[in-house]
Design a protein. Structure first.
Ligand SMILES: [Zn+2]
Length: 232
C-alpha cells in the first residue's frame, strides 16, 4: 500500500508521521471483516504501529488512548476524535466525504478527528484541540485530509442554513448552482479560531476516483483514513 499523502514532523519526543490512505484499501465497517482486517494489517505494516479505530457517531466525544494495547481488538470507543501521548499507536479517523483531521503537537501528542456535517456544526475539531491542550500539548498543528468539496456537497437549503448559522465559513454553492456546504472551509475556520496552523491535503473525494466517496458510490462506499502515529 502507498499512502495518498504522507509526511513526517519532528517533535520534542521523536517523530510524528501523518498520512491518508486511498481507495486501494477499505477500512470501513461495512467492508467484509477479512477485507477490513487486511486493510488494518496493511496500515500496521506501513506505520510500524498498532492501528486504533473508533466507532464514529457524529458527536463531539474525544477518547484518550492510554495504551496501544487497549484496541482495536478490545472495545472500540464511541467517539469522533482520538488523542494520545503514547508512541507506537496509529490513530485512525475514517471517512468517505467527511473531513479526516490529524493533529500534531510539538510536545508529541497526536490526534485524529472525524468531522462530518454534524461534527463541524457541533465543533468536534476544536473539542479535540482543547483536549490535547488539557493533556499538556503545545504547538498544535493540523493536517486536513481529502473530503467532499463545497462545489460537490449539495444539501437542502434549510440544512445549509442550520450549519452556516454556527460556522459561517461552510456557506457554499454547488457547481450546478444549488445549496451546498464546504466542510473543509468550516474546519479550517475552526482551527484558525483555535490558533492552530493547518495544512490542506488536496483531493475532492467525490471527484477523485482514487478516494472513497459516499456521495459517488452510495452506501457501498469504502472508507479511507487519516492516520497519525509517533515514533520515539
Ligand atoms: Zn468536489
Amino acid at each position: 500500500m502507498t499512502f495518498f499523502f504522507s509526511d513526517t514532523v519532528p517533535v520534542t519526543t521523536g517523530t510524528v508521521s501523518v498520512a491518508f490512505t486511498d481507495a486501494s484499501i477499505d477500512l470501513g465497517d461495512l467492508a467484509a471483516s477479512a477485507v477490513r482486517e487486511a486493510a488494518l494489517d496493511e496500515v500496521a505494516a506501513a506505520t510500524g504501529a498498532t492501528p486504533y479505530v473508533m466507532h464514529q457517531v457524529h458527536g463531539t466525544t474525544v477518547h484518550v488512548v492510554e495504551s496501544p494495547v487497549d484496541g482495536p481488538a478490545g472495545s472500540v470507543p464511541d467517539a469522533d476524535a482520538l488523542v494520545t501521548s503514547e508512541a507506537g499507536v496509529a490513530l485512525l479517523a475514517r471517512a468517505a466525504d467527511c473531513v479526516p483531521v490529524l493533529l500534531v503537537a510539538e510536545t508529541g501528542h497526536v490526534g485524529a478527528v472525524h468531522a462530518g456535517r454534524e461534527g463541524v456544526r457541533r465543533g468536534v475539531v476544536p473539542a479535540a484541540v482543547e483536549r490535547l491542550r488539557e493533556l499538556g500539548a503545545t504547538g498544535v498543528r493540523a493536517w486536513v485530509g481529502p473530503h467532499i468539496c463545497g462545489r460537490c456537497y449539495e444539501v437542502p437549503d434549510e440544512m445549509r442554513a442550520e450549519v452556516v448559522a454556527v460556522v459561517p465559513a461552510t456557506d457554499a454553492t454547488t457547481s450546478w448552482g444549488t445549496p451546498a456546504l464546504d466542510l473543509g472551509a468550516g474546519v479550517l475556520a475552526q482551527l484558525a479560531d483555535a490558533g492552530v496552523r493547518a495544512v490542506e491535503v488536496g483531493g475532492c473525494t467525490r471527484e477523485d476516483d482514487t478516494l472513497h466517496s459516499h456521495r459517488r458510490d452510495g452506501t457501498a462506499a469504502g472508507r479511507l483514513a487519516g492516520v497519525v502515529w509517533r515514533t520515539p
